[in-house]
Design a protein around this ligand. Structure first.
Ligand code: AOF
Ligand code: ZN
Length: 335
């Protein structure tokens, strides 16, 4: 296999771990001698070994059998090996310690803790480095991770479920507007995000748990609650979750506080008041609207006032399709 084929293999296989590695990026590493694969490793679980370490530990088992010395080996990795000591040691330092001949990298790690420092460590220890091989694919595969570091803020998605006449809910009763299939679809959107945010009104009125109810393993999302009124931490939202509670209502400031940590995406699931505040603040990147065929008529509460409909917030329709009898529309800021 050549470098291109190996890099594509590492990218593809790394993706298998996207729900367990999050909010970390998915990363794959393949160790070769000439064109023969000696071992492979992936960042499988958040907080556990990075991909390169798993690949090196696997290769170690074949030392003296498949190969004689690490200096005969090259390493293909989808993301620049990290320079920092985080939850695990520095991958770049470990690669140097083993004495690899060459490292072929997909994308440079945009995390400011790394950002080229990994490559510097390798090169200054006389390891040959090539980078940029399918870097665009690695970036696409870790889109929220790259977005976060480029824009200094997490990617923000707002999800709403609407009746045909543009309503969110009826004040006095709890009704399901959209179909069960749409509600199942939302579980996958939750699984895709690093954090789920809601407001005190939704917490008090609906007592939602907002966990991703999916049939595969997911590193659970952080929960974020914005409330100015008293709340009960016995609410389902708090069950098995690590919750950040904010009592301030400066949304930009709240989102700003996620600049430094590892949360790369936030899903907002809230009522009309908080959703409109997020949209007005101009910090929303994506809006997902599920619209049912049901009407709530006079008893319902509107999502939007006529003069501040979605289009007025600068969103463009990116895609739409039917789910059962509902319509799912995805709007993005940059089209
Ligand atoms: C690598 N190999 O497999 C991954 C990397 O919190 P930590 O210690 O796990 O570090 C997470 C950061 O390390 C993450 O934000 C990104 O910059 C990098 N991810 N680096 O060398 C890997 N997953
Ligand atoms: Zn690392």
């Amino acid at each position: 296999m050549n470098y291109e084929e190996l890099m594509l293999r590492a990218i593809t296989k790394a993706n298998k771990f996207k729900y367990t590695a999050k909010p970390n990026p998915v990363v794959g590493a393949i160790i070769i001698q000439g064109s023969e694969i000696i071992s492979e490793g992936y960042h499988e679980v958040y907080g556990k070994n990075h991909a390169e370490i798993n690949a090196i530990e696997e290769a170690q088992k074949h030392l003296g059998k498949k190969f004689e010395n690490f200096s005969d080996l090259s390493l293909i990795c989808t993301l620049e090996p990290c320079s920092h000591v985080g939850k695990t040691g520095s991958c770049a330092e470990f690669i140097v310690k083993k004495g690899f001949k060459k490292v072929i990298i997909g994308a440079i790690d945009p995390n400011p803790k790394v950002a080229g420092r990994g490559i510097k460590i390798l090169e200054s220890n006389n390891i040959e480095v090539e980078y940029g091989l399918f870097g665009d694919l690695v970036e696409k595969q870790n889109k929220n991770f790259f977005y976060k570091h480029k824009n200094n803020k997490p990617y923000i998605t707002v999800k709403i479920a609407s009746s045909l006449d543009g309503m969110s809910h009826i004040d006095t009763e709890r009704v399901f507007i959209t179909s069960e299939s749409s509600r199942n679809d939302i579980q996958k959107i939750r699984a895709d995000h690093d954090a789920i945010l809601t407001g005190g009104n939704t917490l008090r009125n609906d007592d939602p748990d907002m966990n991703a109810r999916v049939d595969f393993s997911v590193n659970p999302a952080k929960k974020i609650l914005l409330t100015s009124k008293p709340y009960s931490n016995k609410s389902k939202f708090f069950k098995n979750a690590c919750v950040d509670v904010f009592e301030i209502n400066n949304l930009s400031k709240i989102i700003d506080s996620y600049k430094e940590n590892e949360i790369c995406s936030i899903l907002v699931e809230a009522g009309p008041k908080l959703v409109n505040s997020f949209l007005k603040e101009g910090i929303v990147d994506e809006l997902i609207v599920y619209t049912s065929e049901k009407k709530l008529e006079k008893r319902g509460v509107n999502w939007f006032q006529e003069n501040n409909a979605i289009e007025n917030y600068g969103f463009k329709l990116e895609s739409s399709y039917k789910i059962d009898t509902d319509l799912k529309e995805i709007f993005k800021k940059d089209g």
